[in-house]
Design a protein around this ligand. Structure first.
Ligand code: PEP
Ligand code: MG
Length: 581
């Protein structure tokens, strides 16, 4: 038995068989010298792989054509053209003959060359071919080498999945029915992969370096996503101990559910709006069953992931309308497309950037790709006729961005008016405060926004210069750093001065100890993953606002994030001991 520790990101205990993903480095097939008489065999293998890959692509094209139509199936024509490229084929054969190497290495060398050349071309259309080259290259190499690529969706039995990393779009394809839990070697607590695991209620541990070498597919493991432990080959005593712990946690959850229908109100009567963060519209049953009073953050970018086209206005309208209706009369804050950082769209081959979190993303992207932005704004506006919707812009760095976005929004409402389509003319429009410059100029931004929501996941990463997805820096990622508390205080004061309300929708809001601090700092709304809501509600219902204020005032004088956190944990113990994990 071995006990390993990583970063706990999604609570829950599960026991099951491990399934280890070893990433395929598809373009790196090493040189492998072959005797002369092997040359024709390697050429024949290469030609067979071409035929097989072509047949596969024709099959996919046919299926896509039948399912979603011509526009989408045509994408595969580009794949076929690559496979039929005479120069490419001749180059591969020449390398096999001249270098006396195996077909995998020869093909990988040529496709890599194409890949590099196309990546550097300064032509939008040709640049888009890069992803076709990558896809077709991978497919052919898979057929050639016989290494089957296992997709998450292919997993049949319930397993605990282990990989170097899962991207947010891969995580989005997991289902609770098949995935008991997952473990990754890299990643931090506020990476979108981690956030998704909580939303999907899949226990997870990230940042466990070397886990793929420590565990084999088929090993029995216990995953403790609450505390970050992974136990390989557990003995009988450990299994019993964890079974008892699992039961204890289930009892706590059942106990907390009693608060579901009660308001998030302190003992001395201050009401806090307790809302949920969602990524998918089908999370609504969980939102409602965990007692949320609305959606404080709808991360709409997931709508755009894992597909080869962009969602249309009608498609988005139908989904937003459904969410608005189901949550009505409670509000739903729809955050406009927050693309980039660790979330990339499959349908747009955007240039790779050195610093994606500081790059051309979120509102910056939308203000340039107004065509894409308008489709979403029109859909939100139209859906606002069916419930209480609010709009929120991500990654605002200055007031000009808010003004520009609002101009585009106005243009959309005027268009709808002309077209005779209804929408809520008084829809509230808010701004995420997640860049230090926005926090520091929140007095100016408050003049243009109806509300603020503190996106502390990014605010922490940008203020402390700590990459939120880097497990090596997780120790520096401190939500209670005095610098962060000062920024939050300033934002709340600036907003309240102009009678704007302020929410907090970063992951720290789901920590009951920190929630006490946020209440004390006079935050009006707390939004977090549905799973964390019952604990936050319990703590709010167990404190007096004036005591929370005193706690907030006290910690403002502390010098380190650690001291603040220790003090908050101590206070939480006094308020509700059972919430300490
Ligand atoms: C945040 O940055 O705190 C936030 C809520 O948005 P996201 O996690 O999607 O970046
Ligand atoms: Mg953010």
């Amino acid at each position: 038995m071995r006990k390993l520790r990583g970063i706990p990101v999604s609570p829950g205990i599960v026991k099951g068989q491990a399934f280890v993903f070893h990433s395929e480095e598809v373009f790196s097939f090493p040189f492998s010298s072959i005797p002369d008489d092997r040359v024709p065999v390697e050429i024949a293998r290469f030609e067979d792989a071409l035929t097989l890959t072509r047949a596969e692509i024709l099959g996919i094209r046919k299926k896509i054509y039948a399912q979603i139509g011509r526009d989408h199936s045509d994408i595969f024509n580009a794949h076929l053209l690559i496979l039929e490229d005479r120069t490419l084929i001749e180059d591969v054969i020449a390398i096999i003959k001249e270098k006396k190497t195996n077909a995998e290495n020869a093909f990988a060398t040529v496709i890599q060359r194409y890949f590099k050349a196309f990546s550097q071309i300064d032509d939008e259309y040709l640049k888009e071919r890069v992803s076709d080259i990558r896809d077709v290259g991978k497919r052919l190499l898979r057929n050639l080498s016989g290494v089957p690529k296992i997709e998450i969706g292919d997993i049949r039995e319930k397993v605990i999945m282990i990989a170097h990393d899962f991207s947010p779009s891969e995580t989005a394809t997991m289902s609770k029915e098949k995935v008991l839990g997952f473990i990754t070697e890299i990643g931090g607590p506020t990476s979108h992969t981690a956030i998704l695991s909580r939303s999907m209620e899949i226990p997870a541990v990230v940042g466990l370096e070397g886990i793929r070498d420590a565990v084999k597919t088929g090993d029995t493991i216990i995953l403790d996503g609450t505390h970050g432990y992974v136990i390989v080959d557990p003995d009988e005593n450990t299994i019993e101990e964890y079974t008892r712990e699992e039961l204890r946690m289930t009892q706590i959850i059942t106990e907390l559910e009693k608060f579901r229908h009660l308001p998030a109100e302190t003992l001395d009567g201050r009401r806090i709006v307790l809302a949920a963060n969602i990524e998918f519209h089908d999370e609504l049953p969980s939102v409602i069953s965990h007692g949320a009073e609305g959606i404080g953050l709808y991360r709409t970018e997931y709508f755009y992931l894992n597909r080869s086209d962009l969602p249309s206005e009608e498609e988005q309208y139908q989904v937003y309308k459904g969410v608005a209706e189901k949550m009505s009369p409670n509000p739903v804050i729809i955050r406009t497309l927050d693309l980039g950082g660790d979330k990339f769209l499959s349908s747009l081959d955007l240039p790779r950037e050195m610093n994606p979190f500081l790059g051309w993303r979120a509102i910056r992207f939308c203000l340039t790709r107004v065509d894409i932005f308008k489709v979403q704004l029109r859909a939100i506006l139209r859906a606002s006729a069916h419930g209480k919707l609010k709009i929120m812009y991500p990654m605002i760095a200055n007031v000009q961005e808010v003004r520009k976005a609002n101009e585009i929004l106005l243009e959309c409402s005027q268009e709808l008016q002309r077209e005779g389509l209804s929408f809520d003319p008084d829809i509230e429009v808010g701004v995420m405060i997640e860049i230090p410059s926005a926090a520091l100029t929140s007095d100016i931004l408050a003049q243009e926004a109806d509300f603020f929501s503190l996106g502390t996941n990014d605010l922490i990463q940008y203020s402390l210069a700590v990459d939120r997805v880097n497990e090596k820096l997780a120790y520096l990622y401190e939500p209670t750093h005095p610098g962060i508390l000062k920024l939050i205080k300033q934002v709340v004061e600036n907003a309240h001065r102009l009678k704007r309300w302020v929410g907090s929708c970063g992951e720290m809001s789901g920590d009951p100890a920190i929630a006490v601090l946020l209440v004390g700092m006079e935050i009006d709304e707390i939004s977090t993953s549905p799973l964390m809501l019952p604990k936050v509600k319990k703590v709010i219902r167990s404190i007096r606002f004036k005591d929370a204020q005193a706690i907030a005032e006290r910690v403002m004088g502390f010098q380190t994030g650690g001291e603040v956190m220790d003090y908050l944990t101590l206070k939480l113990k006094e308020i509700a001991e059972d919430l300490i994990e």
